[in-house]
Write a protein of this length. Structure first.
Lengths: 71, 183, 440
């Protein structure tokens, strides 16, 4: 797994487009905000993840190269 | 009908592509408003609105290019290519033609900034995107002012329909925002 | 709560007092008294050479960690800021935690220690700009500090001028990225990271944000060295720290302890329980409740408290008597925290009021058997989903309350509120008239 997803919670306005385009990884909480089931994106879903990132109306979804998170 | 460069065919093409551009631009406006208003239903997911909004704008660009191209190539009137983006450089039907260039400039600005959204950052992009609300009415005024067909019933009715649709969508959007604000 | 000077003798510790050695009674020590008590500060070594990196080495070797609640290794933070060009130093004395009084005590009675620390830090990281941030509504404190800064300027100390900056008094405004954003002209609300302030903070410069107590320790490490600092505390948790003890104890106040001191000993330092105790809240409003028998022997260190599901936080210890209802106290605090959010992130903006409602339901209504489950269901929807740690603090407090008061929680869930909810509130919550309602 070489990519990981992150949500910028300040930019996120709960449009919910990401959950429509990547339901394997993203689901919505009762208030319409995205919950990432896992941060890592399997290679097969990277193209869908990119599409979700591009379609987010507020640029709140980020796809990054996987790295060890700092504690 | 002859297809000579000074013949009526190009002129019809200009008018036709102009009308289509206006209708598509109205469509983009409506889809943009619906995106912000977050409409969704069982059969209509949000990504459809967002995707259609972006793709319709690309279609607008295609038909705008045809509209401008047929105008410039037409030797019946001598409108230079620069008139497409520089307002009032041609005196033909001024000021209405010039407004078309203004609308085209605004459209190009909105499109380019949207393509560079990632680099601009969200706030800068959103501020510039408001120019779309200037682009559409200017395009409409250009159409009515320049338009040979404005007195044709169906064209006039279509223009009226565009205005009504955008007005309705804007009202719906304001109502949604007011309801969200007062909650 | 009024800030009082602690008892002169701290039983059981030869190393103490350290920070609090110079605390007089109601008098702010002038520069001469400060230097008499703690020694003069030299920025240059005997040869006249500046060795700023030497301070960072010492602080790292000393193992000093941040005293503002997060506990990040201070030397590592300084190293991350230094060497990146012109930096900014921000001393955080805003003390957003209502139950904590240690920063206020330091700034009122020991300002020279804090200012020494700021100057040392500025020298070490190459800063040309330094701020000491306090709540902008604390006019007396600001005036007092301004006078002290002026006295030091006249004496030729502090090559980098230290600006006393008032910031909004909201709970999240004393978070380090909030302060950086406010100093940049924006609202005092947290920002999304990366970048963190040490990479890009005030005006894009690397910014060192340290709690004022941390900087006071730096001032003493510079004078006495890292081995001296390690002469107190534990090898894994060296040094001393200030704790604010409140609640059902005989002498509420600010005390200095060695890290690793048992929580029960801290309560005894404050005169011992004033009534029979049922629990301790350790770490403040972002901390955790522990039943008194669990908490009593736990060492006051990050690792020690985490091992029992607690948190050290900014060193607040509040003793809850048996006659109070821990759930009612928690409900009031969670409601306060919900009101204090920045409102930037959906899960916090929507989730904290829902959590506050659920805890209040358990504490003051209950009886339907659903309240505990409602709280448990909300916690994973809120935790970790904000840009800052505000929602995490609230969820940690709520979760610890249900765990520590589980018997009460089950009883409330079945039968409704207990008698303890009618007892006068113990945990301090600023009233509407005391609050700062603006972000800019």
């Amino acid at each position: 797994m070489s990519h990981q997803l992150r949500v910028n919670p300040i930019a996120c306005n709960g449009h919910g487009v990401c959950a429509e385009l990547l339901p394997e990884i993203i689901e919505l909480d009762p208030w319409g905000y995205p919950i990432l089931r896992s941060a890592m994106v399997p290679p097969a879903l990277v193209v869908h993840a990119r599409r979700a990132v591009a379609t987010c109306p507020t640029l709140a979804l980020l796809l990054e190269r996987a790295q060890n998170r700092r504690p | 009908m002859s297809f000579a460069l000074n013949g009526p065919a190009l002129w019809y093409a200009t008018r036709a592509t102009g009308v289509v551009t206006l209708l598509l631009l109205t469509g983009t406006m409506l889809l943009g408003i619906v995106t912000a208003g977050r409409f969704a239903s069982e059969d209509w997911p949000r990504f459809l609105t967002v995707g259609l909004h972006r793709n319709t704008t690309l279609l607008v660009l295609v038909f705008l290019a045809l509209h401008v191209g047929t105008t410039v190539v037409d030797t019946y009137t001598s409108i230079p290519a620069t008139a497409a983006v520089i307002p009032f450089v041609s005196s033909y039907k001024s000021p209405w033609l010039g407004l078309g260039a203004v609308a085209a400039d605004l459209l190009i600005a909105v499109m380019v900034t949207s393509l560079l959204r990632n680099r601009l950052g969200f706030r800068a992009w959103r501020g510039l995107h408001w120019l779309a609300y200037a682009c559409w009415p200017v395009a409409l005024i250009h159409a009515m002012g320049t338009g040979t067909d404005r007195r044709t019933l169906w064209v006039f009715a279509a223009a009226l329909g565009c205005v009504a649709a955008v007005a309705a969508a804007a009202t719906w959007r304001l109502a949604m925002a007011a309801r969200a604000g007062s909650r | 709560m009024t800030v009082t000077a602690p008892p002169a003798a701290q039983a059981g510790s030869a190393a103490l007092p350290r920070l609090l050695a110079g605390v007089g009674h109601q008098l702010v020590p002038g520069l001469a008294e400060h230097e008499r008590e703690y020694g003069t500060l030299w920025l240059r070594g005997r040869s006249g050479q500046r060795r700023p990196e030497r301070l960072i080495d010492m602080v790292e070797a000393a193992g000093l960690t941040g005293r503002g609640g997060a506990g990040f290794p201070t030397g590592r933070k300084m190293r991350a800021v230094a060497g990146r060009g012109e930096a900014v130093v921000v001393a955080n004395g805003a003390e957003g935690e209502p139950a904590s009084a240690k920063d206020r005590l330091l700034l009122t009675y020991l300002p020279h220690l804090v200012l020494d620390g700021i100057t040392l830090a500025a020298d070490a990281v190459g800063a040309a700009e330094a701020h000491l941030c306090v709540h902008r509504q604390e006019h007396d404190l600001i005036d007092g500090l301004a006078a002290v800064v002026a006295e030091r300027r006249r004496a030729g100390l502090d090559p980098v001028p230290i600006q006393i900056t008032g910031i909004p008094g909201r709970y999240v405004s004393s978070e380090q990225s909030s302060i950086a954003r406010y100093l940049n002209g924006g609202p005092a609300k947290p920002t999304f990271s990366p970048p963190r302030p040490h990479e890009s903070g005030v005006r894009g410069r690397p910014t060192l944000v340290n709690n004022v107590e941390t900087l006071a320790h730096v001032a003493l490490i510079a004078r006495h060295g890292d081995s001296w600092f390690r002469g107190a505390g534990l090898p894994s948790a060296p040094g001393s720290m200030l704790v604010t003890v409140d609640g059902a104890v005989r002498w509420p106040g600010v005390y200095e302890i060695e890290l690793g001191t048992a929580a029960g000993e801290v309560v005894m330092l404050a005169g011992g329980p004033a009534e029979d105790l049922q629990a301790l809240l350790i770490g403040g409003y972002f901390g955790a409740w522990l039943p008194v028998e669990v908490a009593w022997p736990v060492p006051m260190t990050r690792a020690g408290l985490r091992a029992v599901g607690g948190a050290l936080g900014a060193g607040v210890v509040i003793a809850l008597p048996g006659s109070s209802c821990g759930l009612a106290e928690t409900a009031r605090v969670v409601r306060y925290l919900a009101e204090q959010g920045a409102g930037q992130c959906g899960p916090c903006l929507m989730g904290l009021p829902a959590l506050a409602g659920a805890v209040a339901d358990l504490a003051f209504q209950g009886g339907r058997g659903t309240a505990v489950d409602a709280i448990a269901g909300l916690l994973p929807l809120i935790e970790g989903r904000g840009a800052c740690r505000h929602p995490d603090g609230a969820t940690q407090l709520a979760r610890s309350a249900v765990r520590a008061f589980i018997a009460d929680a089950r009883w409330h869930d079945r039968c409704g509120p207990c008698d303890g909810v009618r007892r006068a509130p113990l945990l301090p919550i600023p009233g509407d008239e005391e609050q700062d309602w603006n972000w800019t």
